[in-house]
Design a protein around this ligand. Structure first.
Ligand code: SAM
Length: 292
């Protein structure tokens, strides 16, 4: 008789209230979110997917028991992974994202008229279908967008020198996203970019996931002349402070033309936030210093 796999990350308390937990194993830290309703659950070929309605964050996408994005604060992640590399590049035409989720980054990219092609490479078709159904219903088709349901690691090996901007919207290094942290992946990303291309990686918490951030920077620095980490504050994620790391073959985000920033209807990014996010606390800067 086949048995259904238990739903990871969820727990009912003594009063029958359902909670979803975000567990950070190396910090022995658990953040609990009170659940109003478990709206959907399934096991896809790649991961456990659930959609929950929570008290604090509205609807939430949960993969393998870990909260990924919420309707209340998803704008922060989506704006900060997309606008910064797009504005840093003077004339981006071809853009791709590895890791789709709710495709919020692609919607931000659509705000830039000069972009001609937006490819979203998401391994799990069910994630995009469920996000569309429960989190962010589609508002018309943008002809520039193509969804590619493939493993991003395999896909990027086939791309040679054609993308102006890449966004690596990877999850934690577990499950199908683990290979997006492999050392050779960084070289494939470099090869997939045009001669003046730019990439951004989700690079973890600078406080309790320092090894992820340090390894990301150490893998990128030998390849790219420009490598800069920036910070973003995402209430959904444990401790809130999170990092992205940008690597560029030519252009420096600190010299970007901020008049191009499409921030009329953003809720987080402004020209001031664009620049300020690159100011790092001393303990974060020290993570990247060469040891004598
Ligand atoms: N920030 C996202 C959002 O706003 O919805 C959450 C995306 S989550 C961090 C990462 C996404 O990457 C998941 O949708 C997952 O299915 C996808 N993914 C994991 N491994 C992948 C791989 N090897 N190739 C492509 N996509 C992958």
């Amino acid at each position: 008789m086949s048995q259904r796999k238990p739903l990871s990350g969820f727990r009912k308390d003594d009063n029958g209230v359902l909670w979803i937990s975000n567990y950070v194993s190396n910090a022995k830290l658990k953040v609990n979110y009170k659940v109003n309703a478990l709206l959907h659950y399934e096991q896809s070929p790649f991961q456990q997917i659930s959609i929950v309605d929570t008290v604090a964050f509205g609807r939430m996408l949960v993969l393998d028991g870990t909260p990924q994005v919420s309707t209340y604060d998803g704008f922060i992640y989506n704006e900060m992974i997309s606008h910064i590399p797009i504005v840093t590049h003077p004339n981006p035409k071809k853009v791709a994202m590895i890791g789709g989720g709710d495709c919020g980054h692609a919607r931000e990219a659509m705000k830039y008229e000069g972009i001609e092609q937006i490819d979203v490479v998401e391994i799990d078709e069910r994630v995009t279908e469920l996000c569309r159904e429960w989190l962010t219903p589609a508002d018309g088709k943008d002809q520039r967008l193509t969804m590619i349901h493939r493993d991003g690691f395999d896909w990027i090996k086939e791309q040679k020198g054609s993308y102006d901007v890449l966004m690596i919207d990877r999850p934690d290094p577990v499950g199908p996203g683990k290979k997006l942290f492999n050392q050779e992946f960084y070289q494939y990303v470099f090869d997939a970019l045009s001669d003046d291309g730019i990439v951004v990686f989700q690079s973890g918490s600078p406080f309790y996931n320092q090894s992820i951030l340090r390894r990301t920077v150490n893998n990128l620095r030998p390849l790219f002349p420009v490598c800069r980490t920036y910070l973003v504050f995402i209430p959904l994620f444990p401790c809130g402070m999170w990092s992205f790391t940008l690597a560029s073959k030519k252009y420096d985000p600190l010299q970007a033309d901020l008049s191009k920033l499409q921030h009329q209807d953003t809720k987080y990014i402004t020209p001031e936030i664009f620049l300020a996010s690159f100011s790092l606390p001393k303990y974060v800067q020290e993570l990247f210093e060469e040891k004598a």
